[in-house]
Design a protein around this ligand. Structure first.
Ligand SMILES: Nc1ncnc2c1ncn2[C@@H]1O[C@H](COP(=O)(O)OP(=O)(O)OP(=O)(O)O)[C@@H](O)[C@H]1O
Ligand SMILES: [Mg+2]
Length: 383
C-alpha cells in the first residue's frame, strides 16, 4: 500500500519535531512542514497532503480559519488537530471548521498513526461518494533538481525539462537557488538584470506582482528567476526568502523547477522540503555514485526519499554499466540520459536549450521523456 502523505503545520518547532519523530517508523510519508503564518495554506495546496496535522495549543481562531480553508479548498485532505489543552469548546469549534479528529498531546506513535489512517480512509470514501476529483484547480507542482556533485547536469536537466513542459502549454517557472554560482541565465542566454537577491529585499518575496516583475520571460515561455549576479549577494537571500517565493508562486504556475547547488545547504533543503518531486541527478563515475548513495540515505533520514527519483546523466559505455549502478544504489534506474558532449556543450555555449536547438538528437528526446516522467510521476501521486 502507498504511504499516506502527511503534512505537519504548527508554530512550535519542538512540537513539530516531536510529531515528526512519532511518525518515523509508521507507514506515512511526511511530505512537508509549515508554520501557520507562513503561507501554510499555499504550501498545502502545492504539496497535496492526504492528512494535515495541525499542532495548535490554544485552539486559536487563526488555526481554525486555516483548518476551515484547507477543509473547503483541498478536498482529499483530512485534518487532525494535536493540542495539549483539549477542551469541549475547542473540540466543537474544530469540528465546525472541518477538523476530523482532535487529539491530546502527549500522544503515542501507534495512536497517532491509527487516527491518521482512520481520517485518511473516511476522507477517501467521502470523496468517492461525492465524486469529487482530487487535484482539480490545484495545479502547481514543484520539482527540485539536485545532485551531490558539481557538473552532473542539474542545470541542463532543469532548463530543458522546463522548456518541454512549457512547450506542452504549461505555465512554467525556473528558480535558480545556486546562490553563488548559479548559471541558469547562461543556459537561457538571459541578461541578468533582476535576480532572486533583489527579490529578497523587503517584503517582495511574498508579492506575486514583484516576482513577475523581477523574473525574466524566455521566448520558450519559461519564466526565470535568476541567481544573484555575484557570489557576495548570496547572503541577501535566506532559506526563508526562498520558501516564501516558492509558496507565493505556487498558485500562479503549473510547474516550478528549482535548480540547486551540489550541497545540502539551507537553500537546497528548503527547496527539497517544498517540492512534490526531487530529481537526484547522478553520473556514472564512482565518486558521483558514492555521493548519490549518501544523498539517498540523507534524504531517507529527512523523510524526503519517497519523493525522490534518480536520474542517471551522461550515460556512456564504460567500465561501469547501468546494471552496476542499479546494484550499487539498490534501485531500478528509470530515467537515463546519454552522454552527448558535442550537442550539450554547443547548446550550453550558445545559450539555447538542447530541446530547442537540437530536438532530433537522442539526448533531446531523452530530456523530453524525462519531462513526461515528471508529469506522470507527480500526477500518479496526486490522484
Ligand atoms: N548528457 C550530457 N552529455 C554531455 N554533456 C552534458 C550532458 N549533460 C550536461 N552536460 C554538460 O556538462 C556540463 C555541466 O552541466 P550542468 O551545468 O548542467 O551541470 P550542473 O550539475 O548544473 O553543474 P554545477 O554543479 O556546476 O551547477 C555542461 O557543460 C553541460 O553542457
Ligand atoms: Mg548548475
Amino acid at each position: 500500500m502507498e504511504k499516506v502523505r502527511v503534512m505537519i503545520i504548527g508554530n512550535n518547532d519542538n512540537r513539530i519535531f516531536e510529531i515528526k519523530n512519532l511518525l518515523n517508523d509508521q507507514e506515512v510519508a511526511v511530505v512537508g512542514f509549515a508554520k501557520q503564518m507562513d503561507n501554510a495554506y499555499e504550501k498545502a495546496l502545492g504539496l497535496k497532503p492526504q492528512v494535515v496535522i495541525l499542532q495548535c495549543d490554544s485552539g486559536s481562531e487563526e488555526f481554525l480559519e486555516l483548518a476551515n480553508r484547507i477543509y473547503i479548498k483541498i478536498p482529499g485532505c483530512a485534518i487532525i488537530c494535536v493540542c495539549s489543552d483539549v477542551n469541549v469548546e475547542m473540540i466543537e469549534k474544530a469540528m465546525l471548521a472541518g477538523v476530523r479528529k482532535v487529539l491530546g498531546f502527549p500522544i503515542d506513535s501507534a495512536t497517532l498513526y491509527e487516527n491518521i489512517e482512520q481520517a485518511y480512509n473516511v476522507e477517501k470514501s467521502r470523496l468517492l461518494n461525492t465524486g469529487t476529483v482530487v487535484g482539480a484547480g490545484m495545479q502547481s507542482r514543484v520539482v527540485t533538481v539536485f545532485g551531490a556533485k558539481g557538473g552532473v547536469g542539474k542545470t541542463t536537466i532543469a532548463v530543458n525539462t522546463a522548456v518541454v513542459l512549457a512547450q506542452k502549454g504549461n505555465k512554467v517557472a525556473v528558480i535558480d537557488t545556486d546562490l553563488q554560482f548559479g548559471d541558469v541565465n547562461i543556459f537561457f542566454d538571459i541578461d541578468t538584470k533582476d535576480t532572486i537577491a533583489e527579490l529578497s529585499q523587503g517584503r517582495d518575496a511574498a508579492d506575486i506582482d514583484a516576482i513577475k516583475r523581477l523574473t525574466a520571460l524566455h521566448y520558450s515561455g519559461v519564466s526565470v528567476l535568476c541567481a544573484p549576479k555575484s557570489p557576495e549577494y548570496a547572503e541577501y537571500v535566506s532559506a526563508k526568502n526562498i520558501e516564501t517565493i516558492i509558496n507565493t508562486m505556487r498558485p500562479h504556475f503549473d510547474y516550478i523547477i528549482i535548480d540547486t547547488t551540489p550541497l545540502f545547504n539551507d537553500a537546497t533543503m528548503v527547496a527539497i522540503e517544498n517540492s512534490n518531486l526531487v530529481l537526484l541527478v547522478s553520473g556514472m563515475d564512482i565518486s558521483t555514485l558514492r555521493n548519490t548513495k549518501t544523498s539517498l540515505n540523507i534524504l531517507e533520514s529527512l523523510q524526503q526519499r519517497d519523493k525522490t527519483e534518480v536520474v542517471i546523466n551522461k550515460i556512456s559505455n564504460g567500465i561501469i554499466s547501468v546494471k552496476d549502478i542499479q546494484r550499487v544504489l539498490d534501485l531500478q534506474v528509470k530515467n537515463k540520459i546519454s552522454l552527448d558532449i558535442k550537442t550539450a556543450l554547443t547548446c550550453h555555449n550558445k545559450g539555447v536549450p538542447i530541446v530547442i536547438d537540437a530536438p532530433r538528437t537522442a539526448i533531446a528526446r531523452e530530456l523530453a521523456q524525462l519531462a513526461d516522467s515528471i508529469v506522470n510521476i507527480i500526477d500518479s501521486r496526486v490522484k
